[in-house]
Design a protein around this ligand. Sequence first.
Ligand SMILES: NC(=O)c1ccc[n+]([C@@H]2O[C@H](COP(=O)([O-])OP(=O)(O)OC[C@H]3O[C@@H](n4cnc5c(N)ncnc54)[C@H](O)[C@@H]3O)[C@@H](O)[C@H]2O)c1
Length: 342
Amino acid sequence: MVGSERALRVGFIGAGEQGRANLIPALLQVDSVEIVAVCDRERQRAASLGSLARGAEIFSSPEAMVAASALDAVVMACPPQAHLEVARHVIPKGIHVFVEKPPCVTTSELKSLISLAKEHEVVTGVGVNFRFATPVRRLREVVENELFGQLVHLQIQHPANKPKSPMWESDSTIRSFLLAQAIHAIDLAISFGGELSLATSRHQHADGSVLIHLNLEFTNGLSATLLTGNMFPSFAFEMRAIGSRSNVATLDNLWNLTVIDSGKQGRFSGDGKRWREVWQPSPLDSGYARSGYVGELQAFAQAIRAGTRFEADFEALLPTYHAIDVASESTLEETKRSVANE
Ligand SMILES: NC(=O)c1ccc[n+]([C@@H]2O[C@H](COP(=O)([O-])OP(=O)(O)OC[C@H]3O[C@@H](n4cnc5c(N)ncnc54)[C@H](O)[C@@H]3O)[C@@H](O)[C@H]2O)c1
């Protein structure tokens, strides 16, 4: 455990688009964290982040960075093959590790990382920032309020337009899509639903694109449906939560939260019913906080200090990988079995 008397020494790996645009700026907003080293196998990229992470030493090899820097934690935004390889290198050294989604390509790789992290008692984390986005936190407060009733169903639409070919040495475009995009929606559904009991899926193919229908069922009776795929014109994200007391909450593009309450009266006209409440983030809410990047890294750092699990650690992502396995398969019977047998 690292006490609160000093800053956590973090080494950052992967100075590409996501590192530069989101993760490094967010990390700079986390209390008591110092970025002491930045690494990219393309050294120039790492060096160009020097103006953001002032004073950080620059490396082109993760192994050299780890050997030289007395790190408490590594934060990565690389392809999953690099997440896997570096996590296998640093975990046995007792270094905590946070990787952007996806942590790896296959479920067996994820299981091996979970065992390694348990053996060496390190805190792990996956960048599923939707969980930590301010409007999602608000939605969670709404559905957990007893006035909402029991959360019965979640409907998620996650349209996207890429990838349309395999990535990350996978031979499947569908699996690449699920790992690159739908992982957010699946993880979010599971974070609301709890223990997953069954996943079923079917695909529709046309003109080289795919629509993926995924149904999830949870041991507490909650169900979720997810419509996603690369057949859409652009990325969007919509979520609808249905409560047992005839209340519905919708979240539109991680921005507008609307609660339709069966009993709500208008404050001004007073003529009863069909009113709704709308919440939006403040325009002054920093993008990195609103989109969840600061929150996830702050919670990861707190877990290291407290010696506790981080809520989106490697183990927490395992049911998401089971659902991805199901959604990657093509026949319903096979997919039903693969979750039922876990
Ligand atoms: N949370 C989100 O919404 C979100 C959004 C975009 C990307 N991402 C994730 O972030 C990760 C990076 O995506 P990107 O778009 O920035 O990719 P990118 O290709 O722009 O950047 C990856 C960087 O990692 C470096 N790299 C690769 N292997 C390395 C190794 N072994 N050692 C050191 N450096 C290495 C590359 O040189 C490159 O600079 C991916 O896993 C992606 O899924 C997450």
